[in-house]
Design a protein around this ligand. Structure first.
Ligand code: MCA
Ligand code: AMP
Length: 501
């Protein structure tokens, strides 16, 4: 038994029809993807990979990158995908923390990573955005036939790093059952079948693109139009071939600002799904006015994959994230007392169910801090549950900015800025942004001499992924503080609210 390989990968072997449609129109049959996953699994296991080992991948979205994920499932290894925007400094931490047996990186980063990978005794392979590199070369020469490793439902299938509100990133450990139960629940809730073709323009290094999109479509033996990234031209060109699309709100605001995105273009579509960040009610309404479709908004986290969803049938209520998925329990508690709040009052959202992860990699204390004794996971989101059961995310208790669907923890950016010569202190906030929902803003108290805004940006870009770098930098004489001396981020958010408007 190997729950995910049995449910998602094995059925590909019998499919002579396409599972992927690539940007150039090329089609990849289930059989071809299955064989490639077997070849890669053979390459890795012949080089010493064992069940339970980690395989880190920082590579562009390609057929080969997807096959590597499937190969890890088959070999019983833990897949550890990393955002392609992460810098070498960020990667250094992930490799040191996860101690992968194999690291797969873009050939351009091979030189920079060789030492750190060697220091950790890992095997280094390359894979570029076109799917070429040492891994693909080795796979071409390998045997496609592979016997899947035995795994149980509680064995781990993946580690996804998520930044923390306090310092170090944490690796969320996701089991076979976490991922499979969620894929089953979503496929059913959203009525996915083998007749579906999903327009897939999300990255595959986060839960949204990989576990929500890919797992669901593999589960039902559907097809994916596998675009390397979100590009409005490619989306408009490919929509006629799709039946469904998943995206972050930025996808939908960008499409709405495109005159080619019309009712006619979307008439045949079955479903548009949004998540990862709040979809403004006005976007929901504008989308319906333009296309006649009501976007189905759902809510989740890396640690839980999906927890709630608006209904497929029934009212998809703008501004809400719908109901807990079958098998998932949700409750709203008081931040201070941890007791349930009266109905419809806001409080901290907690969830429990088969979707909830197994804890943070090698961080038992952090894991314990984020769970209640009765097994509920404390999401850190502030929500309300109305009398008819709809969950609305009204804010976040955690200090977090979500920019274009990517999470940025201000603490991490502030720590880098504060380490700069000429900086006394800083505060990083999110400001409303028409394209990204929120964008990162740095507010800095400079010394004499203080760095320029350009110097701050350049300094940060060497250390942090670009999406974490501020889109605007302001200098102030002092940061607003409350009587306890704590920086008042709300006052700063109010002051800089119009930065991008
Ligand atoms: C790119 N840039 C960004 C972002 N993306 N800056 C801030 N926030 C971003 N999200 C940088 C680029 O490096 C570039 O920098 C500049 O901003 C403009 O890039 P642009 O070409 O406009 O961006 P893009 O390449 O088109 O990307 C925007 C995007 C992308 C399509 C919205 O960020 C994206 O695909 N987001 C999806 C994220 C996602 O999958 N999230 C799921 C995780 P410069 O110009 O200086 O070079 S959350 C999750 O998985 C949970 C479980 C959930 O609920 O789903
Ligand atoms: P991540 O850690 O990248 O998995 O991001 C998870 C966070 O994204 C959640 O804790 C929420 O704050 C946010 N999120 C995801 N989906 C939604 C949504 N539909 N509405 C509002 N926030 C969301």
């Amino acid at each position: 038994m190997n729950p995910l390989a049995d449910a998602l990968v094995a059925p590909l072997a019998a499919r002579n029809n396409p599972v992927l449609i690539l940007e150039d129109g090329g089609e990849v049959t289930g059989q071809a993807l299955f064989d490639l996953s077997g070849r890669i699994a053979n390459v890795l296991t012949n080089e010493g990979l064992s069940p339970g080992d980690r395989v880190a991948m920082q590579a562009g979205k390609s057929l080969q990158a997807l096959a590597l994920y499937l190969a890890c499932l088959r070999a019983g290894a833990l897949f550890l995908p990393l955002n392609t925007a992460y810098t070498t400094a960020e990667l250094d931490y992930f490799i040191g923390d996860a101690e992968p047996a194999v690291v797969v990186c873009d050939p351009k980063d091979e030189g920079a990573l060789a030492d750190v990978v060697k220091a950790h005794g890992a095997v280094l392979h390359t894979l570029d955005a076109m799917g070429a590199g040492s891994l693909a070369d080795a796979a071409a020469a390998a045997n496609p036939s592979f016997t899947d490793a035995e795994r149980g439902p509680d064995d781990l299938a993946a580690i996804l790093y998520t930044s923390g509100t306090t310092g170090r990133s944490k690796g969320a450990m996701l089991s076979h059952d976490n991922l499979l139960s969620n894929a089953n629940a979503l496929a059913k809730a959203w009525r996915f079948t083998a007749n579906d073709t999903l327009l897939h323009a999300l990255p595959i290094f986060h839960a949204h693109g990989l576990f929500v999109a890919v797992n669901v479509l593999l589960r039902v033996a559907g097809r994916m139009i596998f675009l390397p990234r979100f590009d409005a031209d490619a989306v408009v060109a490919n929509l006629p071939k799709a039946t469904a699309m998943m995206g972050v709100p930025t996808f939908y605001t960008r499409l709405l600002s495109d005159v080619r995105f019309t009712k006619e273009l979307t008439q045949h579509m079955r479903l548009f799904i949004s998540g990862s960040a709040p979809l403004l009610a006005e976007t929901h309404q504008a989308f319906e006015a333009r296309t006649g479709h009501r976007i189905l908004e759902r809510y989740g986290m890396t640690e839980t994959t999906m927890s709630t969803s608006n209904p497929y049938d029934g009212e998809r209520r703008a501004g809400t994230v719908g109901f807990p998925l079958p098998g998932v329990e949700a409750r709203v508690v008081d931040a201070e007392t941890a007791r349930p709040v009266p109905q419809s009052d806001p409080g901290i959202l907690e969830v429990r169910g088969p979707n909830v992860f197994k804890g943070y990699w090698r961080m038992p204390d952090k894991t314990a801090e984020e769970f209640r004794e009765d097994g509920f996971f404390i999401t850190g989101d502030i929500a309300r549950i109305d009398s008819d059961g709809y969950v609305t995310i009204v804010g976040r208790q955690k200090d977090l900015v979500i920019s274009g669907g990517y999470n940025v923890y201000p603490k991490e950016v502030e720590a880098e800025i504060d380490a700069m010569d000429g900086v006394i202190e800083s505060a990083v906030i999110g400001a409303p942004h028409p394209d990204l929902g929120e964008a990162v803003v740095a507010v800095i108290v400079g010394g004499t001499p203080a760095p320029s805004a350009e110097q701050v940006t350049r300094f940060l870009q060497e250390r942090l992924a670009k999406f974490k770098c501020p889109k605007a930098v302001f200098f102030v004489d002092a940061l607003p503080r409350n009587t306890m001396g704590k920086v008042q981020k709300k006052a700063l958010r109010d002051r800089f609210v119009d930065t991008f408007r």
